[in-house]
Write a new protein. Sequence first.
Length: 446
Amino acid sequence: MHRRQIPSGSLVIHRHEPTRPLRRTAAALTAMLTLTVTALTVGLATSAQATAVSSAPLTSTSASTTGFGCAHPSQSGQVRCFGLLKDHRTASGRMSPFTTGSPTTAGYKPSDLRSAYNLGDTSGSGRTVAIVDAYNDPNAESDLAAYRRAYGLPSCTTANGCFRKVNQHGQASPLPSGDYGWAEEISLDLDMVSATCPGCHILLVEADSSDVTDLMKAEDTAATTPGVVSVSDSWGGPEDNTITSFDSHFHHPGVAITASSGDSGYGASWPASSPYVTAVGGTALSKASNSRGWTETAWSGAGSGCSAYEAKPSWQHDSGCAKRTVADVSAVADPNTGVAVYDTYNSCGGGLVCDTELQLGVAQGADGWVEVGGTSVSSPIIASVYALAGNTSQVAGGSYPYSHTSALNDVTSGSKGSCGGSYLCTAKPGYDGPTGLGTPHGTGAF
């Protein structure tokens, strides 16, 4: 089988460090003593990494890099997940002092998301949302517990039967090797399920690697586990001519499968372009004084476009794309209107020195509360809304929302690419590429 690799391209990190006066003081001193060129080099390297990975075909091998990202070395047939570090910098390019991170300041919290998407009266109790990611997050359960405790959400542990972590074969051991970048992705996914559907059970399936053959094994395990009603895949990459041979792994009738549309702007990605998934785009979400209390525009980074390989599903009727169009629906993804996530798996061991190294980009991972964006946020949100709706026996691919558009918030402004003003990359009334049919207004569209 032709082995391909899938850069996640869907996690954007805005760091907020723990609240400790000593940390802030030491960090500020460290930043002032650090040469400007060092800070700029880190930022330029991070930007270059983003360009290299987002433009690489699925069949290429990514080189190992420094700074934020996955620590796994480059090997044939494997990739690492990829995140973009949003540095705190002054106009001169110097690192700014540490910011204050806490459950209330790191980004949108569960009550914000449930308010924005009108989910306050819904409960997914007893239903299971599965998360498929690569590599192991050793701190997944303890970090999940800290997140839920901070917001007063019900406990979700292995002991009470709410949380399970398994390998790609569905077994509790052996688990894959750890990876700092993928651990941030895992924390994000688990926290968004918790925020959107606090009563849901969570199954985390960790693939041995980010090689497509391992991810497909994990996908099948997730979708066929009893009790699972939806699966979130917050990873993807550019299409190639082999993608249709893997689509069957997303064809699980009765289980809603969501996939992030990507964070590289205009251009369809896979598996979001698979006809068996709900492709999830991204928005910028802001509080407003309107009747909803919120407003959304298309996020400029949200992936969208026209597939080069996947046939047009019968339920899509847009006229500007002869094949499958991405996305179907959307949710918040802009890192500037990001969500709070708790993650402590890092390469520096925690504490004052670790926080400084993370701030300077010379260590990987996180050490507490961070603010994140990317369509890695929107995919698990939509998977969780499917679970809240409790209607996945009626779901076939991304078709269901197309006949229930009245239960969606239509996003009509914002653009995320250069496509001559076409709906494929510009938000317009009705269907458009970056936001699809819109964002949830309750569960009626799912």
